[in-house]
Design a protein around this ligand. Structure first.
Ligand SMILES: NC(=O)C1=CN([C@@H]2O[C@H](COP(=O)(O)OP(=O)(O)OC[C@H]3O[C@@H](n4cnc5c(N)ncnc54)[C@H](O)[C@@H]3O)[C@@H](O)[C@H]2O)C=CC1
Ligand SMILES: O=C(O)/C=C/C=C(\O)C(=O)O
Length: 484
């Protein structure tokens, strides 16, 4: 049986407390995860602190950048190993993991290596009261030890999205992968070892949140900053932990994202885009669409076309050709998603398609499968329109005017992402200006340039990462004022 070990100070570390990792496609045990206790978390944080003072802290930026390039190259060399680990953990289609998750895992190291190499320092020359001059310049110092708390939906992509810039800036990291997806973070330990990154720079501690590795890590006073992607309620708990020691946090939290489809859109592109945004990764993407608003003249045509797309999605295991929809991550998450399916019906939804669990072959029947689901006819107060479900489902409602579409999109405590579908350029810009989100896609969805600011407005997060914005979190600026 596979053992998922912690990775602390350059060593793979077993513990005597383990928990099961089950395959989402079959619910069969695929390995045992070694849970880190207080002692292991403390060892990992101590190792990360020591590495800051040791070889890693002394490396030049050029050398550090070379190492991060080597990490990316090694991920690409072991592409298939990462692909298998990601697929085993999540059950997502091979086509998806091989196009998005693994390439982004490597890119996250290269992009931030390039950024740190090229970022200029800020300088200001000033007049001084004695009639002379002074020059100010700001230098960037690493924040220190970064606690990285990760979710299970895009495990390698989201973990490296934080580890890449953190290390590029000269920090060290202790990662707490989701208990559901221990695979790729553990494998990355082998990559760091192979490349020769000094011990203690990259550490992984496995476990759960409360009263386990997640809580131990975020409460540890040796951690200088915490970056987290996941549920808003977890963000609140982590923020409370970070308050002690007044440590900074960077949060990317939940969403209840709207797609706005105008009658002047390119219809086929809009349908293809909303199909992806509602159902990709089985709806387990924080940027995904769970609320669709369609201008009334094309409402019926749109509902019929999205229904056809949803019904055309092949549900199945990662390696089956043509599969578009994998399983949900866990039995617990399936319970949650299907409870929303039931609530939608109880609150009076018209079920356009789906609403249940598909019949699967015998070897897959215990997997966490659900049908892609579309509802119409609910009031804006309905639970499935208000709460983040994180499943392959959406509600579609009609609207008449631009103003009404804006009000509907903004009628949520979240503010992560939106997509607007229109061929009217003026309208597109007006919508981008008015919808309260961190990310607005026009005639596209999940099109990512890693240099751009990424994060949520309102309840969807704190701060922005991406490009130079990541440096704001992962470094401290020190101003140096030189009197001439
Ligand atoms: N990207 C997103 O927006 C994501 C949202 N979710 C949503 O969250 C729901 C719950 O999924 P979970 O995996 O349980 O998400 P979660 O937010 O509870 O867990 C994410 C990470 O935080 C850790 N964690 C949990 N409680 C913690 C605490 N008190 N202190 C420190 N670390 C803690 C977990 O162990 C995991 O590594 C899902 O049903 C989904 O709706 C889940 C994953 C990603
Ligand atoms: O960084 C990206 O491109 C994707 C981010 C997606 C999430 O943060 C998520 O689904 O949680």
């Amino acid at each position: 049986m596979k053992q998922f070990l912690n990775y602390i100070n350059g060593e793979f570390v077993a513990t005597d407390k383990t928990f099961e990792k089950r395959a989402p496609v079959s619910n069969q045990i695929i390995g045992m995860v070694h849970e880190a206790g207080l002692a292991e978390v403390d060892q990992a944080v101590t190792a990360a602190r020591e590495a800051l003072k040791g070889d890693w802290g002394k490396l030049t930026t050029v050398k550090r950048v070379e190492m991060l390039y080597a990490v990316a190259d090694e991920i690409n060399r072991r592409f298939d190993d990462f692909l298998e680990a990601e697929i085993a953990d999540t059950g997502k289609p091979r086509s998806l993991a091989s196009h998005i998750d693994i390439p982004r895992g490597a890119a996250n190291f290269k992009v931030f290596a390039d950024i740190i190499k090229n970022v200029p320092n800020e300088t200001f020359q000033m007049d001084t009261p004695d009639g002379g001059k002074a020059i100010n310049y700001a230098i960037r110092k690493p924040l220190g030890v970064i606690g990285v708390v990760c979710p299970w939906n895009l495990p390698l992509l989201l973990m490296t999205w934080k580890v890449g810039p953190a290390l590029a800036c000269g920090n060290t990291v202790v990662i707490k992968p989701s208990e559901e997806t221990p695979g790729t973070a553990t494998l990355l330990g082998e990559v760091f070892e192979k490349v020769g990154v000094p011990k203690g720079v990259y550490n992984v501690v496995h476990g759960f949140g409360p009263n386990s590795a997640g809580e131990f890590l975020t409460k540890h006073q040796g951690v200088n900053g915490i970056t987290f992607t996941g549920e808003t309620r977890t963000g609140e708990a982590i923020m409370a932990a970070a308050a002690k020691g007044v440590r900074p946090v960077s949060f990317e939290l939940g969403g209840k994202n709207a797609a706005i489809v105008f009658e002047d859109c390119d219809f086929d592109k809009a349908i293809a885009g909303v199909t992806r945004s509602a159902f990709e990764n089985c709806g387990q993407v924080c940027l995904g669409t769970e609320r669709v608003y369609v201008q009334r003249p094309i409402f019926d045509k749109f509902v019929a076309a999205l229904k056809a797309k949803a019904e055309g999605l092949k549900v199945g295991p990662p390696n089956e050709p043509g599969v578009g929809l994998g399983p949900l991550i866990s039995a617990e998450h399936k319970e949650k998603v299907t409870s929303y399916y039931a609530k939608a019906v109880a609150e009076g939804a018209t079920v356009v398609t789906g609403g249940g669990s598909p019949k699967m072959a015998d070897e897959l029947k215990n997997g966490h499968w659900v049908e892609p689901t579309i509802w119409t006819g609910l009031p804006e107060t309905a639970t499935v329109i208000r709460e983040e479900i994180f499943g392959p489902c959406c509600h579609i409602a009609p609207f008449d005017t631009e103003e009404e579409a804006i009000a509907l999109a903004n009628n949520t405590t979240y503010g992560l992402a939106t997509s607007v579908w229109t061929e009217n350029i003026g309208r597109a810009h007006r919508m981008a200006e008015a919808i309260e989100v961190g990310l607005c896609w026009i005639n596209s969805w999940f099109l990512r340039d890693l240099r751009t600011p990424f994060g949520g407005a309102k309840g969807s997060g704190i701060g922005r990462e991406g490009g130079v914005h990541s440096l704001e979190f992962y470094t401290e600026l020190r101003n140096v004022c030189v009197k001439l």
